[in-house]
Design a binder for this molecule. Structure first.
Ligand SMILES: NC(=O)c1ccc[n+]([C@@H]2O[C@H](COP(=O)([O-])OP(=O)(O)OC[C@H]3O[C@@H](n4cnc5c(N)ncnc54)[C@H](OP(=O)(O)O)[C@@H]3O)[C@@H](O)[C@H]2O)c1
Length: 174
């Protein structure tokens, strides 16, 4: 099993605007049956981790909680959890949460949804295996960063999916 950071990004390396908008992304054309698209990716995922801003974006923009797999939300606050959602709020060390996710995932892979700093924290802990990025044909100039760390990556796969240039990378551990 592996831990993936799977996300879309602007060409200049931002995953949301400074106001946490994804309008620039949601208007893009993608083939959901095509290479590196979300439905194929999520099939192999057994547990998710995300930061508080990402969780709050989902709560603001989606009517219902869309994930059936257990999800850990990193926060120092008591955020409301939708009824029936398998969500755990945590500020525990990354390694402890990763162990709990692994135990819950039943042999399936783990997904670090974002943001970029949280993915960086997993990488720092030596617990990030792959980075998948779908680059949209947009520059934002500023915003939430894709992955604000210095990491060495090996390019494993590239593809075009309609508007997106997609790359899958392996995190090279020292
Ligand atoms: N383009 C895409 O496909 C994509 C994918 C994912 C996310 N996004 C968007 O990108 C933006 C990301 O926002 P962001 O950069 O602010 O990142 P984020 O990881 O979503 O949220 C950061 C917050 O998470 C909490 N946090 C992070 N690490 C923690 C730790 N170790 N322990 C406890 N709490 C921790 C803190 O919240 P507290 O203040 O509550 O402690 C921190 O302020 C969001 O707008 C999201 O919707 C886009």
């Amino acid at each position: 099993m592996a831990t993936h950071y799977y996300t879309a990004s602007s060409l200049d390396g931002f995953i949301a605007t400074t106001e946490h908008s994804l309008d620039w992304l949601l208007k893009q054309d993608i083939d959901l049956e095509g290479p590196m698209a979300y439905p194929g990716f999520i099939e192999g995922i057994g547990a998710l981790a995300m930061g508080a801003s990402t969780y709050e974006w989902l709560r603001r923009n989606e009517d219902e909680w869309g994930y059936t797999k257990p999800t850990w939300v990193f926060t120092h606050r008591e955020l409301p959890i939708p009824s029936g959602a398998h969500v755990t709020l945590t500020a525990d060390p990354i390694a402890d949460v990763h162990s709990a996710m692994t135990a819950a995932a039943g042999g399936e892979d783990l997904w670090v949804v974002g943001g970029g700093d949280l993915a960086g924290q997993f990488a720092e802990a030596g617990l990030l295996d792959e980075v998948w990025v779908q680059y949209a044909p947009v520059t934002l100039g500023a915003g939430a960063p894709l992955l604000p760390r210095g990491l060495e990556l090996e390019l494993l796969e590239v593809a075009r999916n309609r508007n997106f240039m997609c790359g899958r990378y392996r995190v090279i551990r020292e």
